[in-house]
Design a protein around this ligand. Structure first.
Ligand SMILES: Nc1ncnc2c1ncn2[C@@H]1O[C@H](COP(=O)(O)OP(=O)(O)OP(=O)(O)O)[C@@H](O)[C@H]1O
Length: 300
C-alpha cells in the first residue's frame, strides 16, 4: 500500500524553486532516508508531506488525501525536528504523561526506558535542555509515539556520536517490532544506511535517485589506471566523477551498468576496479561545485 504519493511536486518561495517536479511514492511500513546537501529541499518536502506547507503545483497524497491542513493526516503523523516546542510549564516527565494521553499507540515502558538510558532528568524543563539533550528527548517522543507516519527531520542535531548511534539502534529495534512508515532526513548517509531500506536523494529540489540501499551500494564503480586505457574502456559510459592521479593516471567513478565480462576485460588491461560506498555515490551525484575549496585561496 502506498502511503505517500507525489506527482510533479513543485514548491517555490517567491520565484525560487525549493522543490522541482518531484515524482515518487513511498510504501507503507518502510524506512526511507531523505538525503541531500544543505538547501536541497529536504525540510520543505517533509513539511509538505506533513501538511504544514502547501505545494505551489503538482500533486501530493498522504494516506490517499491531500495533506495540507488535513485532520486525518495530522492524526496519523508525527513530525520530529529541533524546532518542537512543548508547553513551558511542563517538566519532561509531565510531557511524557501528556504524550501518552495524546498518542493512541504510545509505549510508556519504552519511553521511560530510553529516558533513563539517556540519563534525562524527569524534573528538567524542555526549554532548559542542551541542544543534544533536546534532540534526544524529541527522538524518544518520536519512537515511543509509534505513529503510522513518523517523520524525523535531522533528528540528531547536537547529539554526540554515541547518542546518535544509540538513537538509530533504538529506532531500528522499535521499527522491527512495530513497523510503520518512517521518513528520516540526514546529511550523513554513512551513519544511517544500516537503518534505511530506501534512499531518496534530492539535489537543488530535484530527485536524483530513489532506490533501495542495496541497489545504491551497487550503483557505481570506481576505476583507476592510465588515462588513455580508462577512456578507451569506458567510452560512452556515464561518468559521475573523475580526478587526475599523477601525470597520466585517472580515478573515475562510473554508473555501474557493466557486464562481468567488461569488468574482467578491464582487469586484464591492468585497470583497478573498486566499489563505491553509498555515501560517496550520493556525494558524486550532488557535487556541483567545480574544483575544491583550495581554489578559492589559490585564485586570490
Ligand atoms: N520560508 C522560506 N522562504 C524562502 N526560502 C526558503 C524558505 N524555506 C526554505 N527556503 C529555501 O528553499 C531551499 C530549500 O530549503 P530547505 O530548508 O528545504 O533545505 P534542506 O535540504 O532542509 O536544507 P538543510 O540541510 O540545510 O537543512 C533553500 O534554498 C532555502 O533557502
Amino acid at each position: 500500500m502506498t502511503v505517500i504519493e507525489c506527482r510533479e511536486l513543485t514548491k517555490s518561495y517567491r520565484k525560487k524553486h525549493a522543490l522541482h517536479n518531484l515524482t515518487f511514492s513511498i510504501e507503507r511500513n518502510t524506512i526511507t532516508g531523505l538525503i541531500g546537501r544543505n538547501g536541497a529541499g529536504k525540510t520543505t518536502l517533509l513539511k509538505i508531506i506533513a501538511g504544514f506547507y502547501k505545494q505551489t503545483s503538482g500533486e501530493i497524497l498522504v494516506f490517499g488525501e491531500k495533506p495540507f491542513n488535513n485532520l486525518k493526516v495530522s492524526q496519523n503523523m508525527i513530525f520530529i525536528d529541533d524546532q518542537i516546542i512543548f508547553p513551558p510549564a511542563l517538566s519532561l516527565s509531565d510531557i511524557l504523561v501528556e504524550a501518552g494521553r495524546f498518542y493512541p499507540n504510545w509505549d510508556m515502558t519504552i519511553a521511560k526506558g530510553l529516558f533513563d538510558y539517556f540519563s534525562l532528568d524527569p524534573k528538567q524543563y524542555h526549554q532548559n535542555l542542551s541542544k543534544g539533550m533536546k534532540s534526544t528527548f524529541n527522538a524518544i517522543i518520536g519512537i515511543a509515539a509509534r505513529v503510522p507516519l513518523t517523520i524525523f527531520d535531522e533528528p540528531t542535531t547536537g547529539m554526540d556520536a554515541a547518542v546518535r548511534k544509540d538513537f538509530y539502534r533504538a529506532l531500528l529495534k522499535d521499527y522491527l517490532e512495530h513497523p510503520r512508515t518512517i521518513l528520516l532526513s540526514s546529511h550523513h548517509l554513512n551513519e544511517v544506511e544500516d537503518l534505511l531500506e530506501h534512499i531518496l536523494l534530492i539535489d537543488e529540489g530535484e530527485k536524483r535517485l530513489h532506490m533501495t540501499v542495496d541497489d545504491l551500494k551497487q550503483y557505481a564503480i570506481a576505476v583507476s589506471g592510465p588515462e588513455n586505457l580508462i577512456d578507451e574502456w569506458a567510452l560512452g559510459k556515464e561518468i559521475l566523477y573523475k580526478k587526475q592521479v599523477g601525470a597520466y593516471g585517472k580515478y573515475v567513478v562510473l554508473k555501474n551498468d557493466f557486464t562481468d565480462e567488461m569488468l574482467t576485460q578491464a582487469k586484464q588491461k591492468g585497470l583497478q576496479i573498486t566499489a563505491v560506498s553509498a555515501e560517496d555515490v550520493c556525494m558524486y551525484m550532488t557535487n556541483k561545485r567545480k574544483g575544491g575549496v583550495d581554489d578559492v585561496f589559490s585564485k586570490r
